[in-house]
Every structure is written in C-alpha cells, then in structure tokens.
Design a protein around this ligand. Structure first.
Ligand SMILES: *Cc1c(COP(=O)(O)O)cnc(C)c1O
Length: 482
C-alpha cells in the first residue's frame, strides 16, 4: 500500500513552506485526513464496544518505528483500520460520562491554524499575533467575569494547571505579606507546616496535587463538609477555619468550587469571600466546569465570581472547545508575578520596555499552545446569543432528565442539578448499577459512575448541544433494560 507517488512520503522531508510542492503536500495530507475522519463516522454510537485486552493486542501489533518509514498512505490506512474505529466519539448523544465535550467545528479549524503555524506563547518573537490576541482575549474574559482595571490572566493547559498556578501564586503572596518572606527566592519558610488550603470535600483533586507539588503535602488541604445541596456549609467552614487559626495554623486560601465535577453544585463565593476576609485569606474560584454558565440564562446561579482573587476557566468543558483550552484570570495582575523570571535567551527585561510582551512571565509553562485562538474564533462566530443557546440546552437537558427520573420508581435522583450533570442510581444496589454501566459500555453507550453517600451512583454529564429530549427518553429505557 506504501506509495512513492504520495505527496507526503518518507523520502520527502516536508514542512509547510512557500514552496509549491510543500503546499501541495500539506493540502493532500489534510484532505486525506479529513476524508478518513469523515469515513470513520458511520453511526451515532459513542464507542465500538471493544474490550481493553483485544484493543491492546491490536495496538501492540502495529509497527511503530520501522527501519524505513512506511509513507503517509500506509500510515493513514493503518489509522483507518485500527485506531479511528476505536476512538471515542465525543459528539455521540450516547456519550456522557465526563466533563469531556464534543468540539465546535470552527474551533477544530482553529486547531489546524494553531498547528500549521506552530506559534508559541512564551515570547513575542515566537508568536506576535498569538501574543497580542491572547492578551486581547484575556482582557475580554476579565470583563466577562466582572474584573476591572488592573486584572490579568493567562491561558493554561487545563483546570488543574490553572488551580495549581493560583495556589502557588496566592501562597507566595500570603507568605510575603504575613511573614515578610520571599518564597520564590528562599523556598518555604520555617513555619510552612502550618499553611492550610480549604476546599470542599468534593473539590477536584488538583488541590491535593497542588499541595504536594508546593511542598506542603496533602495534609495541608482541609476538606470542608458540604450541605444537602453538595455546597460548602459556610457556617461549619468558618468554625473550622476559626479553630485552626486559634490553634496557630496559617489558613491562607479558600477555594470555592463553582460547578463540582460530579454534581455541578456551586459553592457560595459571596459567603466564602466574607469568611476569607474575616480571617485574612485569599479566595480562589475553581470554575473549570461552571464558568460556561456565565453565558447562559442561568448565570446568576454562579454568584458574584468577581469577588474571588482568581478564577479557573476551562474552555474544553461547557464551552465545547478542543482540548486543551483553559485560563486562569486574576483580579490583581501582580499575582501572576510569581511566575516572572528573566532569561537572556528568551525574555530580556528591555523587551517589555519597548512594548514586546513576553507572556512566559505569567505562566509555569515555557513553550505553550496558542489556545486563545479557539476562544477568539468561537466567541466571535457565535456571539453571546449563540453560546447562550448552547449553555441553555445543556442545563435544560439536565433538568429534563432529572425531572423524568425523579418520578420514576426504578430510579433514585437525590440532587437537583444546577448545571448540566445529574447523579442518579437504579434501585437495587451497587452491583446492579456497576453492571449496568459496563453493559451499556459494550453497547456503545458511555455513562459515568461515581459514589454518593457511600453508594455507587451513575452519572450523566450532558454537554452535547445536539442532545434531544427524545434521546434522553430512549436512554432511560436502555438503562432500565440493561
Ligand atoms: C475538570 C475540572 C478540573 C480539572 O480541569 P482539567 O482541565 O481536567 O485539568 C478542576 N476542577 C474542576 C471542578 C473540574 O471539573
């Protein structure tokens, strides 16, 4: 199948350039890829249903680094035969286990531009338009979330990195202000074992990872109890923080979760701000999931996010952009100085005096993707009204599903959804729910599983804007039968 006639082959070292033959090779590779993707989509199931052992065998049998390259056509054929058929199809109406969305078509086109030019965000001379556009998008995000003059932000690889960056930067700031100690230069102060971060007991595990990487350890993360709606119980939270402070600990950060990963429940930023202020702490809002609702008709459910010192926004969840796309925005730009460091080979200090912005100084990454382009393209193409429809459909579908099963004697549906996730169970115990999920997976229907109050629960995460009420009705029937 290998063919020397192919425009992209192993003998022909090709990068995109102004040469006619390179342009032709680029066009041929992209067109044949588009063709292969489209041909591989034969129905609306989420997954082929293959099991892990069979798939592993198929993948193991693939040649990987042959002595002589196989050429483009052979590689593409093998992708068509072995890889594409077993890709997970995020656009399937039967796919709803995670906060993992289908990608808007225009944003996939934007990905092509990102890869074709391969801009890097570290310095102006590696991405002039990319740098200026990220700065412009970040400024728009700051106003969208209610931040004023003096705010700033940076794109990151995901919500985890956004959260970790916020924890580091706010920790450094706190230690500088309270202990007069420069953590960036000298490392942790003697009292570091007393530092505490407060999060919901159902917060994302990136805060534990952050504490580990910051040299504080998991024990520095205090898990606050939630109320019956799965939100931090503010009165209990205050009690815990007050006692910790009295016993000599150093509480420095509360992280509100604005859209918990499982339930979509929303901690009260307003109440937590009051507590943070009372005890001299910073407040971060992890809105990796919930941030999308800012463009919905239900934005008031998010509370006043601008009260937080920093906000995590994921665009690869409710906003339906391809992975990865996330940002951290901060109310006071100087918070990001935690990541500023100058190198003679990259971001000289005099650059900035002359107007050349080097974004590397705001990020823990050096080489970094131009993900802001996808936000620009989709925001501009769809506008507020287009995005409102997308968000309202997701939130509306969750509410429809919850209403349907709430009154069905086969199901338990303990929590009313605020966003687009619904946690529920079939009556009949843990085993029935586990088996049901596995059986559905082998039928190409992929739903989520989690634990609530010690019981195994199933989960729908409804991000797909093409999902209809009829499909939800059908899924309910399939679940009952499985
Ligand atoms: C998804 C999620 C994260 C992590 O984001 P990634 O982009 O997967 O790194 C953090 N917090 C919450 C609440 C999330 O839902």
């Amino acid at each position: 199948m290998s063919s020397g006639k192919s425009a992209v082959n192993s003998d022909n070292i090709t990068v995109l350039s102004c040469r006619k033959e390179d342009k032709a090779a680029f066009k041929a590779a992209i067109s044949s890829t588009v063709e292969a993707i489209l041909d591989s989509i034969r129905d609306d199931s989420a997954f082929s249903g293959i099991g892990p052992f069979d798939l592993r065998d198929e993948i193991r049998a693939l040649p990987l680094l042959p002595e002589n390259g196989d050429g483009w056509e052979t590689v593409l054929d093998s992708l068509k035969e072995t890889v594409l058929p077993h890709m997970l199809r995020t656009w399937s109406p039967s796919y709803m286990p995670h906060l993992h969305s289908p990608a808007l078509i225009e944003s996939i086109a934007a990905e092509l531009i990102i890869a074709a030019f391969n801009s890097s965000m570290d310095s102006w001379d590696q991405g002039p338009a990319a740098t200026e556009l990220e700065v412009r998008v970040v400024s728009e995000l700051c106003s969208l979330f209610g931040y004023g003059e003096g705010s700033d932000g940076v794109f990151t690889s995901g919500g985890s990195q956004s959260n970790i960056s916020a924890c580091i930067a706010l920790r450094d700031r706190f230690i500088q202000e309270r202990l007069g100690w420069d953590t960036k230069k000298k490392g942790l102060p003697d009292d570091y074992r007393k530092l505490r971060i407060y999060v919901s007991e159902i917060s994302h595990f990136s805060f534990d990872k952050a504490a580990h990487m910051m040299g504080l350890g998991y024990d520095a993360v205090v898990k606050l109890p939630v109320d019956s709606r799965e939100r931090i119980d503010a009165a209990k939270a205050e009690e815990i923080i007050r006692k910790d402070k009295e016993s000599g600990l150093l509480p420095f950060l509360i992280a509100a979760t604005v859209g918990t990963t499982d339930f979509g429940s929303i901690d009260s930023v307003d109440e937590l701000r009051t507590i943070a202020d009372r005890y001299g702490m910073y407040l971060h809002a992890d809105a990796a999931y919930g941030s999308g609702a800012v463009l919905s008709s239900y934005s008031s459910r998010l509370g006043n996010l601008s009260l937080a010192d920093s906000i995590t926004i994921d665009f690869h969840k409710m906003f339906l952009l391809p992975i990865s796309a996330s940002a951290l925005i901060v109310r006071d730009a100087s918070i990001l100085d935690a990541f500023q460091l100058h190198a003679d080979y990259l971001n000289r200090e005099e650059d900035e005096e002359d107007g050349y912005i080097n974004l590397v100084g705001k990020s823990m990454q050096t080489t970094r993707r131009f993900d802001a382009l996808k936000v620009y393209v989709s925001f501009r193409m769809r506008g507020r009204n287009g995005y409102r429809k997308i968000m309202d459909t997701a939130i509306g579908n969750a509410s429809y599903f919850h209403e349907r099963i709430k009154s069905d004697p086969d199901f338990i549906a303990p929590i009313k959804p605020e966003l687009s996730s619904v946690v529920f169970a079939l009556k009949g115990g843990d085993e029935r729910n586990k088996t049901t999920r596995r059986r559905l997976l082998s039928e190409g229907i992929v739903i989520g599983q989690t634990v609530f109050n010690g019981s195994v629960m199933l989960k729908f995460t409804l991000l797909n804007p093409a999902l209809t009420h009829e499909h939800i009705d059908m899924l309910i029937e399939r679940i009952k039968k499985a």
